[in-house]
Design a protein around this ligand. Structure first.
Ligand SMILES: *Cc1c(COP(=O)(O)O)cnc(C)c1O
Length: 352
């Protein structure tokens, strides 16, 4: 490690107040956070300090113009107490792709990686050991510079917070295929993990929940004829024995879980296709029985199976299978993440 990091430890750890057997998802925070300021055209020395509220000027541009991006990743412990990350450089790359689109400065890879590893070492005791649990990691960057002028800020903050979390279990979800709203448009910011994308999803999702669904299946903004994402996850559809997912684009986030599933499926004799998926095809497949599974894929839940979907006032149930691809793929990927199997791809990164 080469990056200099200023370290200020907590006086009293909060860890004894946390029930590691009953962890929620993402709402209990570890003792420390990593912070790094960008000002006068340069990143300053990163700091590890006690997790605490931060102070911002009311005119900070984050509040007015939404220059804000984030990542979601996890750290795991194996049975021998080793700490592992999963493809963390991909998160760093993606954060910088999001940054470019939102005119936020690039975070150097060594601040991201050395900072994260140092934080995980200091808060090592916060990484849950229980099966299915993990330390959820939230790196984010936003405009802390001031001014009501609608232009990029001159100062930014990069922060990494962590949250020991239990298994993310949403149950089997009922989804509504969206016919009116869109989460992303051509030429827009859908490919970026920009905060505003999620704010824009809340209203259509609220309407879907009022109709009795849990989540929205996003369709393309132009025709609403093609399935693109499931909530804040990538979508997979299994028709007969072929697993299909939409190609990434301006509108579709390039998920690390998605691309890992594509690789693992292909290497485990599951036929995959990356192509546009039309709503008509999914409805027809549901009607003739060839639609076997649908699931969302993302870091938090890994794989989130869909029980059924609604479209144009009609509901369709998916069959209950004995050995769904969802279960098989989830085990294959989490076994790699948690060091229970070989990692032929070199995806695990140990924190030493
Ligand atoms: C984060 C995210 C995903 C999943 O990405 P992972 O890298 O697998 O966590 C998919 N879609 C959207 C819209 C997302 O924000």
């Amino acid at each position: 490690m080469t990056t200099t990091i200023e370290i200020q430890r907590v006086e009293n750890s909060k860890i004894t107040s946390v029930d590691f057997d009953n962890l929620p998802f993402g709402s209990v925070y570890s003792d420390h956070m990593l912070t790094c300021d960008f000002k006068d055209g340069a990143w300053q020395t990163p700091k590890i300090e006690p997790f605490a509220p931060i102070s911002l000027d009311p005119s900070a541009k984050i509040f007015h113009y939404g220059q804000s991006i984030f990542e979601g990743m996890k750290a795991y412990k194996d049975k021998d107490g080793n700490t592992m990350l999963f493809r963390p450089l991909d998160n760093c790359d993606r954060l910088n792709k999001s940054a470019e689109r939102l005119v936020i400065p690039q975070i150097p890879e060594d601040i991201f990686m050395d900072g994260l590893k140092a934080l995980l070492k200091i808060d090592n005791a916060w990484i849950p050991k229980k099966e299915g649990s993990s330390l959820y990691i939230r790196p984010f960057m936003f405009a802390s510079g001031n001014g009501f002028h609608a232009s990029p800020a001159d100062a930014y903050k990069f922060i990494i917070c962590t949250a020991p979390s239990g298994a993310y279990f949403a149950g089997k979800v009922k989804v509504l295929i969206e016919e009116k709203y869109a989460r992303a448009a051509n030429g827009g910011v859908g490919f970026a993990k920009a905060g505003g994308n999620y704010a824009a999803q809340f209203y259509p999702t609220k309407l879907a929940i009022e109709k009795g669904y849990n989540q929205v299946i996003w369709t393309d903004d132009n025709t609403h004829q093609f399935i693109e994402e499931a909530g804040a996850m990538n979508i997979f559809v299994r028709i007969e024995n072929t697993l299909i997912t939409s190609p990434t684009s301006d509108r579709i986030l390039d998920g690390i879980t998605r691309k890992s599933i594509l690789q693992i499926a292909a290497d485990n004799d599951i036929e995959t296709e990356v192509r546009k998926i039309s709503v008509g095809e999914v409805v027809a497949a549901a009607k003739n029985g060839s639609l076997k599974e649908m699931f969302g894929a993302g870091t938090a839940a890994v794989i989130s199976p869909i029980a059924g979907f609604g479209y144009k006032e009609e509901d369709f149930d998916l069959p209950v299978l004995e050995n769904p691809f969802a279960t098989k793929l989830k085990k294959l990927i989490t076994d790699i993440q948690t060091n229970k199997s070989e990692d032929p791809y070199g995806w695990r990164v140990f924190v030493k």
